[in-house]
Ligand binder design. Structure first.
Ligand code: NAD
Ligand code: UD1
Length: 341
């Protein structure tokens, strides 16, 4: 079985993917600099799976330290999650985003080349489709026209990785374009708990439901959608995790770079999510209609057929499952806080 290096493995999607990899029998080596996560996630992965693995607290920008991982472990494939991801912050700190996301990836490519690692899976985003494509988004549509530095790093890294496959024809690189990941592991031991006031919808809803924020602002109810609020393709983070394992299997039989959407193919509006959350949790979510948020699109969701056909993967959790697991994780967190942990 392959030994897989997981960069950013203590983060939201990385930690769920580590669990899935271990449960599928892969060996893993995990690294993270904890800029947006903590060691508790690493312990939780071990607790959920009952398995051990090497963990390195390491910054990918620190090439010398990063190289130690390759010196001390025989790596067969890399899943590269590490990166900064706050869209708003990327607008105020573009250098930080370009430097962190691009240099970390360039360092990784240099080490893969030096140590003969030929398989890579990269976390891209539906944001690379820009604003002008018709929905649903299909992998062969034109990308670019990103509207913030975060999105531009994803677009640029996709191009860099495709270019690297030209002089390295025996490399297998899969770019996964995630839609909107929410939910949490059913154990409630790992999930998403951003610092400060959340920007994204589900963490905001759970804070309101937990009584930590008074009211959700619904950004616009005059979009041309079924109820006027913005529509997205929400996907359970555990489905996303299993998509990575399927992509890893695919790297065994393909060469060059290929792209897959990881989405459900279904669009849900902000109010659909609020109502599903209320149904799944039994808790009322206070909300008010607010002005549109700059940069938001009315509606987008994935065409999920390519991943189904070529990876044999499709999402199996629905919106109620996602809401139930997000709430379960939040409740567990609150219990821990109350217990002073
Ligand atoms: P996350 O912030 O929870 O995880 C990213 C991890 O990378 C964090 O643990 C962070 O500490 C680590 N990291 C950042 N820079 C690093 C560096 N220089 N060296 C080592 N570790 C570093 O984010 P996530 O939601 O799990 O996202 C994972 C990946 O998926 C990111 O690349 C993100 O851009 C991408 N993505 C996320 C979403 C989403 O909505 N969550 C959507 C599309 C794409
Ligand atoms: C955003 C990013 C995307 C990134 C993703 C996950 C933009 C344009 N896109 O997607 O690149 O990959 O986050 O990090 O920023 N909403 C509210 N009230 C809130 C929060 C959100 O009504 O308090 C609405 C939004 O207007 C949107 C939907 O909920 O219609 C989802 O928003 P969000 O969770 O922030 O994700 P995206 O904007 O789709």
């Amino acid at each position: 079985m392959m030994n897989v290096l997981v960069t950013g493995g203590a983060g939201f999607i990385g930690s769920h993917t580590c669990v899935e990899l271990l449960e599928c029998g892969y060996q893993i080596v995990v690294m993270d600099n904890f800029v947006n996560s903590t060691a508790a996630a690493v312990d939780a992965i071990k607790k959920i799976t009952g398995k051990e693995f090497p963990f390195y607290e390491c910054d990918m920008l620190d090439l010398e330290n990063f190289e130690k991982i390759f010196q001390e472990n025989k790596i067969d494939a890399v899943i590269h999650f590490a990166g900064l991801k706050a869209v708003g912050e990327s607008v105020t700190k573009p250098w930080l985003y370009y430097h962190n996301n691009l240099v970390s990836t360039l360092n990784l490519i240099a080490l893969m080349e030096k140590y003969g690692v030929k398989k890579l899976i990269f976390s891209s985003s539906a944001t690379v489709y820009g604003a002008k494509n018709p929905i649903p988004y299909r992998e062969d549509m034109e990308t670019g026209g990103t509207t913030n530095p975060y999105g531009s790093t994803k677009f640029m890294i996709e191009q860099i990785l495709k270019d690297e496959c030209v002089p390295h024809p025996d490399w297998s690189v899969i770019l996964l374009r995630y839609f909107n990941p929410i939910g949490a592991h059913p154990s409630g031991l790992i999930g998403e708990d951003p610092n400060g006031i959340p920007n994204n919808l589900m963490p905001y809803i759970t804070r309101v439901a937990a009584g930590k924020l008074p009211c959700l602002s619904v950004y616009g109810d005059d979009y041309p959608t079924h109820d006027g609020t913005g529509v997205r393709d929400y996907i359970h983070v555990c489905d996303l995790a299993s998509g990575h394992v399927k992509a890893l299997e695919k790297t065994e039989t393909m060469q060059g770079a290929d792209v897959y959407n990881l989405g459900t193919g279904c669009g849900s509006s902000v109010l659909d999510v609020v109502h599903a959350f209320e149904e799944a949790s039994g808790v009322k979510v206070t909300y008010k209609i607010a002005p549109r948020r700059a940069g938001d699109l009315a509606e987008y969701y994935a065409d999920a057929t390519k991943a189904k056909k070529e990876l044999g993967w499709e999402a199996k959790y629905n919106l109620l499952d996602m809401c139930r697991d997000s709430w379960n994780f939040t409740k567990k967190r609150m219990e821990q806080e109350a217990a002073g942990k």
